[in-house]
Write a protein that binds this ligand. Structure first.
Ligand code: SAH
Length: 231
């Protein structure tokens, strides 16, 4: 199975923090409205769309998409996170179908089932990102959209996302990221094309430590998001 149990344990141990907006996952909460509007701009209206959120964690993105009227399925391999995600639905009064299954296994049983597949900040936590990219391509319908966000691999991204974010500014927990797992946009695009996903637009995601806010656009040196469309 394309799962790194160490990674799953790491996220499981922090599961109680998912909905703490100023807790360990605060950067995901902060960046969430930007990713939702990036997705919305591509698909025009989210209402009624079948969306799969791969590596959904506590459901930060899944819920935001459901709130916009999408029919969302969220999958993750950390049971503790899924428990938190399900519990949070009681508070938010939204519907999301949360399941403990890998993208690869779901692709075997439900191919071409989703209008949109998203996988945010997840590829850099799996042993074989290419296998997830392939599964996402199998899961999306023809003409559908697949969104990946991850971390670029270069000296700047190491300094900003590991040294600064984990150790100096303490924006995210120490040990969240392993530099070797970072993925260059060229690598992501090459794999996606191999599986029939074509890149439509890429944006960098930037953190401003002075204003403590995120913005989207400009260079993709560190964090980035790419929208792909299936032929
Ligand atoms: N996508 C969410 C959470 C990102 S954190 C967001 O951006 O808000 C990365 C998530 O990927 C964690 O919840 C972790 O449990 C999950 N994950 C790691 N490996 C996985 C795998 N092989 N299959 C499914 N989920 C996985």
């Amino acid at each position: 199975m394309n799962v790194d149990q160490k990674e799953i344990n790491k996220f499981s141990a922090l599961a109680h923090q998912w909905w703490c907006e100023d807790g360990e996952f605060r950067t995901l909460h902060q960046v969430n409205p930007l990713r939702v509007s990036f997705i919305e701009q591509r698909v025009k209206s989210l209402t009624g769309l079948q969306i799969l959120d791969v590596g959904c964690g506590g459901g930060i993105l899944s819920e935001a998409l459901a709130k916009k009227g999408a029919k969302v399925t969220g999958i993750d391999m950390a049971k503790a996170s899924l428990k938190v995600a399900k519990l949070h639905l009681l508070e938010s009064d939204l519907e999301v179908d949360y399941r403990c299954i890998t993208a690869e296994a779901l692709a075997d049983i439900s191919p071409e089932s989703f209008d949109v597949v998203s996988s945010m900040e997840m590829l850099e936590h799996v042993p074989e990102p290419k296998s997830v990219i392939k599964a996402c391509s199998e899961l999306v319908k023809e003409g559908g959209w697949v969104f990946f966000s991850t971390l670029n691999r270069n000296l700047k991204s190491y300094l900003l996302s590991v040294v600064m974010a984990e150790h100096v500014l303490k924006l995210i927990p120490k040990g969240t990221h392993e530099y070797e797992k970072f993925i260059k946009p060229s690598e992501l695009i090459r794999s996606a094309k191999e599986y029939g996903l074509f890149p439509k637009i890429m944006k960098g995601i930037h953190y401003n430590p002075l204003t403590k806010t995120f913005s989207m656009g400009g260079n993709a040196d560190v964090n980035y998001i790419i929208a792909f469309q299936k032929a």
